[in-house]
Ligand binder design. Structure first.
Ligand SMILES: [Zn+2]
Length: 461
């Protein structure tokens, strides 16, 4: 069994975890200064499907993510205003309220998209000590230097720097007053800031060996990876827009500080266009999931739409494409609703289709291929209905499109309550108590179907 995975800094290559069966995986999280939109969501759906795919074929996941709450400037570079402080002024509410509001919205939204929460989550502001520790290492090793406005990474000391950037892009946005301005005393134009001082108006500040200030945006991810997962990790994911600056800077910092490989596979998702153009405030096309929901769509149709394209390519979102994704998803739901009473107790997922599904996982997490295999199961006239049902439910451990809800559709609330209680007991490995609940459910005329990490209930027929 060999998994082949992309690496945006080299080529597709074999996946071999650093530590036996455990996959250390990091995803760049949100800057919590606005509501996350459907374009942002693609990155979290990718990291979710990637983790669930690797779990499906037997790997364990050790994952981490950051929440950016300080240091991300409006230009994405070393100039401009702190994004959160700008928002706090605009909305005239405290920075803590801004952080809470958009962090809570982020968690709610990804949960509604069936994205499992990352186990190790850190806010940038919670990891200042680790960030300072890393900057000290970089300074000691000669990769960082102090100026009158802060500490910079010296890119001339990291020889691969310009080779890693494949499209040089300069941020041309105008910088307004009352903002951080690029330091003219830095050694190379592309040197980037690790620590900012000399900005007394900034609300969030900490003491450091270089003076009171706050970290640059890039160092937080390197520091959180180090703190949560170690010096080297297997997979790092994020949107393609982060590749050329944020991720090149992460590589420069972490490789210089620790000398290792840092990341074995860089996995980037393509951008999401809306009706063929980039999202922007002026075009009024920045959609949140509530915006598609208010038009009557099931938000999981968006998940289906994203899974129906390979993660590495750009997607053009239109309401027509969402509609066809929803139609396809409804056909699967209907198939389950119509046939669920034909489910036989001892059915197991079909081995041949399971292998085909795994082949698609191994082929660089080919989600459109996984959906093709699923449709192959539904359309296979020779396959027993009960086997079809359990096979697609098994695939949904990865796809997470809520298939089990359509099994549970006529189930009374008290039974669903018992099922949920039992699920919690099972996740705590309290087998005796969970078996007792199973017996109660059986006595009430229903039966439980257990998949490896998911259970659902149907009427005894
Ligand atoms: Zn990051």
């Amino acid at each position: 069994m060999t998994v082949r995975l992309n690496d945006s800094f080299s080529n597709i290559k074999d996946f071999n975890p650093i530590e036996n069966n455990k996959v250390k995986i990091y995803t760049c999280g949100p800057t919590v200064q606005s509501y996350i939109h459907i374009g942002n969501l693609r990155a979290y759906i990718l990291s979710d499907i990637l983790k669930k795919s690797l779990q499906y074929i037997g790997f364990e996941i050790d994952d981490a993510m950051n929440i950016t709450d300080v240091g991300h400037l409006t230009t994405d570079g070393d100039e401009g205003e702190d994004k959160l402080e700008k928002k706090s002024k605009e909305e005239n509410i405290s920075i803590n309220n801004i952080i809470d509001r958009y962090t809570n919205y982020f968690y709610q939204t990804i949960a509604r998209m069936n994205v499992t929460k990352t186990s190790k989550m850190y806010k940038a502001s919670e990891t200042i000590d680790t960030q300072i520790e890393m900057i000290k290492i970089l300074e000691k090793k000669g990769f960082a230097y102090k100026t009158t406005t802060g500490v910079y990474f010296d890119i001339s000391k990291f020889k691969d720097y310009s080779d890693l950037i494949n499209q040089k892009s300069k941020d041309q946005k105008k910088v307004s007053r009352n903002t951080v301005v690029e330091d003219k005393t830095k050694k190379n134009a592309q040197d980037f800031r690790l620590w900012q001082t000399a900005y007394p108006e900034h609300i969030m500040q900490w003491d450091s060996p270089w003076g009171r200030g706050f970290p640059g945006w890039h160092i937080e991810c390197s520091a959180i990876i180090y703190k949560a997962l170690g010096e080297n990790i297997d997979i790092h994911t994020g949107g393609i827009d982060l590749r050329n600056t944020h991720h090149v800077n992460e590589i420069a910092q972490s490789k210089s500080a620790f000398g290792g490989e840092f990341v074995n596979h860089w996995i980037h998702n393509g951008i999401v266009l809306i009706d063929g153009v980039k999202m922007s405030k002026s075009l009024n096309n920045i959609y949140k999931i509530e915006d598609i929901e208010s038009k009557g769509y099931n938000i999981l149709s968006l998940r289906y739409l994203y899974l129906n394209a390979h993660y590495s390519i750009p997607i053009n979102f239109t309401f027509e494409s969402l509609k066809s994704a929803e139609n396809a998803l409804n056909r699967i739901y209907n198939f389950i609703k119509i046939n669920k009473n034909l489910y036989q107790k001892d059915s197991v997922p079909n081995e041949k289709y399971k292998l085909k599904f795994i082949e698609q996982i191994e082929n660089n997490i080919n989600t459109p291929g996984m959906l093709d295999v699923l449709w192959g199961v539904i359309r296979d006239t020779k396959l027993d209905i009960s086997e079809k049902l359990i096979t697609i439910l098994d695939f949904d451990r990865v796809l997470s499109l809520d298939f089990e809800k359509y099994f549970n559709i006529d189930i009374p609330e008290d039974i669903i309550g018992l099922l949920n209680k039992r699920n919690i007991l099972r996740s705590d490995k309290q087998w005796k108590e969970s078996d007792e609940i199973r017996d109660v459910i059986n006595e009430k005329g229903f039966r439980i179907i257990d998949l490896k990490d998911k259970s659902f209930v149907i009427k005894n027929g």
